[in-house]
Design a protein around this ligand. Structure first.
Ligand code: GTP
Length: 386
């Protein structure tokens, strides 16, 4: 038996295993629909290798060829679809499907009507290459800072695309008739690169799923369940870095510590559920006032901090006052009851990258205490930290 037979068997079995792994990943890692698309892609791949193995059982060579070509293109389309869903890519898959139909029709034409070996062998590979490169772009553009798994996957897709481009071009160079020398070279390149790329792509996709999950877990561990703000742990994790990066950009960094006034009375008068709703609606109102880079965290209970960077200290003070007015401007509605809510604010301006975040919180808390002491619904400023 030829070595190609063993390569095909290996490809068939690994494709089946990968599709089972993606099905299991779909089931256990949060039923992400894109895992199903990737499972489908590997099932079609397995069918493609099976088709090649069963070549002698096909009645017509055209039927064999078109089956293999359709499965290869279908597999790449499903894979791309999965990546597009995961990355919420705006790519219009209808155009890709239309191009697939045109490619399939052309392959059929050059296989069965006006026979041209080079074109019938290479056209669908060019289509697959196009999709592999689109995949690489989708993966890399997904996040401003790509995950290592995404970089690895994008490189694998690109390298695979380049190798296939060389193989397809050698196949095309045959012209209308079979050229044994080119055909052997094409087969050699294909059977060296395809198994490697196959395993590489599958491993990187699994790595991407695992990285996504790790990021989700990390986000959950840093998020307050009730208000969806960052929690204390998250704030301590990213606050210090933020101070350093914003001061490096010559911005005025301020920390605003705020606390809902007489919150215990709200709980006592309207019930704990109403208190929870006040926390949710109050934080929503505050979020509407924030800029993209502001960090808003719930430190616990009804105590919150916001780390902001503005181009002047005055703007930071005006911002704190705007937040106070936003909360006091209208009552919060809960089960047809109107609950008047105010909050007090302590603001500290941070001047040095060496300022520890807990020191800034401590001083802003002291300013907040003054705001409370002066009658609540007020903003108080601490002496800037140098
Ligand atoms: N509903 C609700 N209440 C909470 C939550 N976390 C803390 N609290 C309550 O918030 C109240 C805070 O009360 P205090 O620390 O006395 O503060 P306060 O009544 O706001 O008084 P001042 O801060 O002086 O204005 C306590 O009664 C806590 O039980 C929460 O997640 N939901």
């Amino acid at each position: 038996m030829s070595p190609i037979f063993f390569i095909l068997i290996t490809l068939l079995l690994t494709s089946i295993i990968w599709s089972v792994i993606f099905l299991m990943a779909w089931f256990t890692l949060g039923k992400k629909s894109y895992a199903l698309f990737w499972a489908g892609a590997f099932i079609l791949s397995a069918c493609q290798w099976g088709t090649i193995l069963l070549r002698s059982h096909f009645d017509s060579d055209t039927l064999y060829w078109m089956t293999g070509v359709s499965l290869s293109m279908g597999s790449v389309i499903l894979g791309t679809w999965g990546h597009a869903i995961r990355a919420r890519s705006p790519i219009n898959l209808r155009y890709l499907l239309a191009l697939a139909v045109i490619t399939l029709a052309s392959v059929y034409y050059y296989k069965a009507v006006d026979v041209h070996i080079g074109l019938s062998m290479s056209l669908y590979i060019y289509y697959d290459i196009l999709l592999l490169l689109i995949n690489a772009v989708i993966i890399i553009k997904h996040k401003a800072k790509s995950l290592p798994a995404e970089i690895g996957a994008a490189i694998t897709y690109t390298v695979c695309g380049v190798c296939l481009f060389i193989a397809a071009t050698i196949a095309l160079m045959q012209g209308s008739q079979v050229n044994q020398a080119y055909l052997d070279l094409y087969t050699l390149i294909n059977f060296i690169t395809v198994p490697t790329a196959h395993v590489g792509m599958a491993v990187f996709i699994i790595f991407i799923m695992a990285s996504d999950l790790a990021q989700e877990m990390q986000k959950l561990a840093m998020t307050d369940v009730l208000t969806q703000c960052i929690n204390r742990r998250g704030f301590y994790d990213i606050g210090q870095q933020k101070i350093e990066s914003q001061l490096g950009c010559k911005q005025h960094v301020s920390l605003i510590y705020w606390d809902i006034d007489s919150f215990k009375n709200i709980n006592d008068d309207y019930g704990h559920a109403a208190g929870d709703e006040v926390l949710v609606q109050a934080t929503q109102r505050i979020k509407m006032c924030l800029q993209k880079d502001d960090i808003f965290a719930r430190l616990g209970g009804e105590e919150f901090v916001i780390l902001i960077a503005r181009d002047s200290e005055l703007k930071a003070k005006q911002f704190a006052d705007k937040l106070r007015e936003t909360l006091a401007s209208k009552p919060i509605e809960y089960e047809k009851q109107c609950i008047n809510v105010t909050a007090s604010f302590g603001v500290i301006s941070i001047k040095s990258v060496n300022t520890p975040i807990d020191k800034a919180i401590d001083l802003a808390d002291k300013a907040l205490y003054i705001a409370k002491h002066e009658g609540k619904n007020k903003v108080a400023y601490a002496m800037p930290l140098n």
